[in-house]
Write a protein that binds this ligand. Sequence first.
Ligand SMILES: [Zn+2]
Length: 375
Amino acid sequence: MNCDKTKVMHIRQKSSPCSDRVFKMGNTTIEYTPRYRYLGLTISETLEYNECVNELITASSRALGALSSKYFLVDGFDYETYTKLFTSTVVPIMDYASGVWGYKPYDNIERLQYRAIRTFMGVGKCSPIPAICGDMGWTPAYIRRQCNMIRLWHRITSMHVGRIPNRIFQWDSTLSEKYKKTWYNELKSVMEKCELLELFNNNYTNGLSVKFIANYSELLLRQKHHDKWKLDIMNMPKLRTFRCLETNFETQQYITTNMTRQQRSTLARMRCGTFPLELELGRYRGIPSNRRFCKVCNDKVSVEDEKHFLVKCPLYLCERNNAFADFQQRNNIDFSVLSDDEILIKLLTTDCKLVSNYIFNISKIRTQLLSHCDI
Ligand SMILES: [Zn+2]
């Protein structure tokens, strides 16, 4: 044994002091260490994983940086390619060994995933998180990790009873009667949420494959997440237009349609309420929301919101007539029987390429008109 490379770690609760027992090899005293790195995972003496999570975040952030720079280099991938690259280059680092440490929520991991979504959608840092995550439809990182815990349980349960992981699991289950903060108890609450408590209590997989159980759990956890997400959408003022679209937490059509980065970004910002219209810009200047009037038609009555800009403002009439005629014909929709609100919803959910080009064109006119006003 190499005394320089040998250390002692006393695993204990934060409140208990470190043991003062002296370990010796021959005459050499073996030192205590507060952490130990094993198979790429830093294990601390209090079995808290914050340090290890921070290391994983640094590494996955680097991987995401590499992915983003490739994304910009080729001026955007389509959704499938981007998702495939994200799940095969960033997720494995982000979720590394998360079957062990993944129970607790870690905001900074979720934030990394938001960053990946923002890059793809071409939206800024101020975009409302619920809207962009909902449109992208990726499974939140915390759900992936909880499914990984169930995967690990499946592996342990399928093992021969005499094997060490299985014996540790049994030991943890006995400890869990006395202590609350154990992996066994964390797993139990996840499996309860996934309605798998019967399997958990009997400690058998009932012949179900790991893939089946993991997919099933992901589905249930996503449904629960969906309910919470709906409430978030309801409570954000910025999402006035997004709310009306009545979408679900699933990948939207404009995300999967093969568009340029610019087209996708235009539509995404319009849906999320961050497109630079007076209603959004006036907020930064402290103008009350009912007085953020359209400066283009300058009628001092119409607030420039998404509906005014896309459906009503008379200054874009020519562009609008052309685009609307095209839109109605291609999608077999008759605008004359619809209200302005219904037209807005149709525009933001159908024929995304055409609509995105329309938005791009009229916003160019808007910029021109406003620059004249300034002069
Ligand atoms: Zn106007």
